[in-house]
Structures are given as C-alpha cells and as structure tokens.
Design a protein around this ligand. Structure first.
Ligand SMILES: Cc1cc2nc3c(=O)[nH]c(=O)nc-3n(C[C@H](O)[C@H](O)[C@H](O)COP(=O)(O)OP(=O)(O)OC[C@H]3O[C@@H](n4cnc5c(N)ncnc54)[C@H](O)[C@@H]3O)c2cc1C
Length: 391
C-alpha cells in the first residue's frame, strides 16, 4: 500500500537511486552479464537502500512507495542494466501477494522479513505446459495433517536459486470447474537456516539468451512439505485470483523495465553517433541516423507518459488494466525497437561484446513475454475498449 510522498521526497529518493546505479550497477553490468555471474554485492546494497521493501506498506517496515515513484526507480535501473531489477521486482510481486491476500498473521510473519531481504524470492506460476494458460497447471498440493504435500515442476522461476522463498501456484482440486476454483497459492520457504534447500525441492539453473547473471530456474517439488498455515489467505481455491490480482502493478513494472532498456539503448546510440565518423563527419550528421534517433526519442517519451498515466491511475485506486496493458505493450515493444535501432547505429561494433549495446538487444525481448505476453496485452486493451464504448 502506498504512503504520501512529497515532490521533495521523490527527488531525494531518485537522486539516491541515480547515484547507486551510476556508481555501482552500471560499472559491473557488462562483465557480470558476460560471465553470467550473480551480483551478490548488489543484493546487499539493495537491502541497505530499502529496495526489498520499496512497495511494502510502512505498517510492516517498508517504504510504501507509490507505483509512480517505483516505476521511475525501475526505469533508471533498467537503463543501466535490466537484469538486477528482477531481483527486487519479482520479490515485490511475491510480497504484494501476501500483502493483498494474506491473513493478518501471514502479513506480520512474512512482510517484515521480506522488507529487510532476510526472506526474498519470487513467484512460481509457470510450468512446462502452462504459461499464458495458468489454469492448466499440474503441480498439486494435497492436505496431510498440518501440512500440504506438493508435487510437480515449475519452470522459468526467477530468484529461485539465490532467494529463499517463493509464492507457488498449485492445484488443490484437479476436478472442479471452473478450473481456477481448484487453484491455491502457498508461501514456500525453500531453504533451512544454513541456506541449504529443504528436502523435496530441486532447483536447476536454466541457460538463457539474455537477462543473464540473474537466476532463472526449473523448480521440482517431490513430496515437498509446506505448513498449512502458509496457504495464502488461509482458504483453498483463491490461487488464480491471487496470482492475476497483482498483474496491473506487475505490468507497470515490466513497462518500466522496457522503457529503461529503450532509454539506455538510446543514450548509448546518441553518444556513439557523435563519436563515430564516416565520410568526414560524425554519423549523427547523416539524415538516416537522425531519423532513427528522432523516432527512438519520441517513443521513449511516449513510453514514460503511458507508464506515468497507468501508475497514477493505479495509485488512485482506479481500475487500470487497459492503461497498464497499453504501457506494458508499448514500452516493451519500444525497448525492442530502440535496442534494434541502436544495433544498426553501432554497425559492426554492435556485434562486439566489448560494447554494451548487444546486451540491451538480448535483454529487450523478455519484456514482451513476461507478465502476460504482448499478444494478451492487445487483447486486454481491445476488450476494455469495447467494454468502455458499448453501442
Ligand atoms: C527469463 C524468463 C523469466 C521468467 N520468470 C518467471 C517467473 O519468475 N515466474 C513465473 O511464473 N514465470 C516466469 N517466466 C515465464 C513467463 O511468464 C512465461 O514464459 C509467459 O507467461 C508465457 O508463457 P509461455 O512461455 O508458456 O508461452 P505460451 O503460453 O505457450 O504462449 C506461446 C505464444 O502463444 C500466444 N498465445 C497463447 N495463448 C494465446 C491465446 N489464447 N490467444 C492468442 N495468443 C496466444 C502467446 O502470446 C505466445 O506468443 C519467465 C520467463 C522467462 C523467459
């Protein structure tokens, strides 16, 4: 839940983030990406900055930032390196599930530990055969005394190797119709006090095109025991609603990461276009390059405005699925567009790993897929368009 922040507060927070990104994140991005090396030191810095509690209410020790400020933080981080944003973004989606849907006892038990980063992780929805169609999941949880026993496999789960908690979507009833009534969500603590995985859970790191350095894994549950008191909300059958209920904020976050990639790629291109000379002048003086820069800049600005519009609507408590969908769709496509155009501006050097632009190119596409693919975003927009303009 967001608290009141003045314009001065916002400036101070963003100033702190800008310094951190420029001094700590940007300098290590390309090396860590190339080595696929997890940035443990950034995690410690994120704890100090309070990022693990950025959107968690002050009632539980968090910052309770409104989406409008949070989105600006995400844009800044992603403009330097998109991947580390996933460390706190996915974590905050998990925390939001507890804060929105958990019992009072669950909120007081988990949220203060999530704020400090003592408990941190992500959200485990996707399965090998169920991504967009989440109601088709096959992972089951069967009640056994004071526990549930989970069996099944999740895939593409961010923060599952280096984190220690996951909000896991399961089936507690495989027969019931409609299918969503058979789904439930558990907050699963995956590790013991020594940081070792508990019995019954296996986590296997996946190789990826981009979004490197951050752990995205298959997570296999075999007779894994979770206490019944960790069933989010305390009643079965609400899992799907709990999972999709946080998507508006999730989409604003992904939109911000797309806009950040777009802005970062544009900034690299603007600099390179002034340094690289062909035919006796800097390439920024060729009209063909100017057309690219002009289009990139316009789309980056439009992305920012769409994100701000969606975030302000979200913060005011209004329904914003159409606005969040537009922001997510347009900004993530802008990320791909700007990374692509910047690659062309860099010419042959775009293919060199000594230049960062290839990383933006590899990272950009993910934003079109996560938090509901862009095909789905356009369908959501169209449905709302018709709903709001009934004849
Ligand atoms: C790097 C990475 C990190 C991820 N992190 C997480 C995570 O932390 N937690 C998690 O739970 N998941 C995570 N995911 C999974 C991600 O959310 C899914 O990949 C995404 O939801 C799409 O699901 P899918 O891959 O199964 O594609 P599918 O659902 O199989 O879709 C394939 C294609 O068909 C289209 N399509 C499907 N159904 C329809 C329809 N009805 N109408 C029109 N078009 C349709 C889709 O738009 C897409 O183009 C991650 C994925 C990646 C790549």
């Amino acid at each position: 839940m967001s608290e009141a922040y003045s314009k001065e507060d916002e400036i101070a927070i963003l100033d702190m983030i800008n310094k951190w990104v420029d001094n700590e994140v940007r300098p290590i991005a390309q090396t860590y990406d190339q080595a696929d090396k997890y940035p443990f030191e950034l995690v410690e810095q994120m704890k100090e900055l309070g990022l693990f509690g950025a959107t968690i209410s002050q009632d539980y020790g968090g910052m309770g930032l409104p989406a409008s400020i949070y989105a600006k933080i995400v844009i800044k981080v992603a403009s330097a390196w998109m991947a580390p944003g996933g460390i706190f973004n996915s974590h905050l989606i998990q925390a939001s599930a507890i804060e929105r849907c958990g019992t009072e006892e669950q909120k007081s038990r988990f949220l203060p530990r999530m704020v400090t980063g003592e408990l941190r992780g992500g959200i485990a929805l996707t399965e090998p055969n169920a991504g967009s169609d989440l109601q088709a999941i096959k992972t089951v949880a069967i009640r056994d005394g004071d526990d549930y026993i989970i069996n099944g496999a999740k895939t593409w789960i961010t923060n599952s190797l280096n984190g220690n908690s996951l909000a896991v979507l399961v089936k507690t009833d495989t027969e019931i119709e409609p299918r969503h009534k058979g789904t439930s969500m558990f907050l699963v603590e995956t590790k013991d006090e020594n940081g070792e995985f508990l019995p019954g859970i296996e986590v296997i790191k996946m190789k990826k095109l981009g979004y490197k350095a951050i752990d995205t894994c298959e997570v296999v549950f075999t007779d894994f025991r979770v206490p019944a008191e960790n069933l989010i909300g305390g009643v079965e059958g609400k899992g799907f609603i709990q999972a999709v209920g946080g998507l508006e904020l999730g989409r604003i976050n992904v939109a911000a990461r797309g806009a950040g990639i777009a802005q970062g790629a544009m900034e690299l291109a603007v600099r390179y276009a002034q340094e690289r000379e062909t035919f006796g002048k800097a390439i920024c003086n060729h009209q063909a390059i100017q057309l690219k820069l002009g289009e990139m800049a316009s789309k980056v600005e439009a992305s920012r405005l769409l994100i701000e519009q969606a975030a302000l609507k979200y913060d005011s408590g209004e329904r914003c699925d159409m606005e969040a969908g537009m922001a997510k769709y347009f900004s993530s496509e802008t990320g791909v567009f700007c990374a692509n155009e910047a690659m062309r501006i860099f010419g042959g050097y775009s293919y060199s790993c000594e230049y960062e632009i290839e990383r933006y190119y590899r990272d950009a596409m993910l934003m079109c897929i996560g938090e509901g693919t862009n095909e789905f975003q356009r369908m959501i927009i169209a449905k709302q368009l018709i709903e709001r303009n009934k004849v």
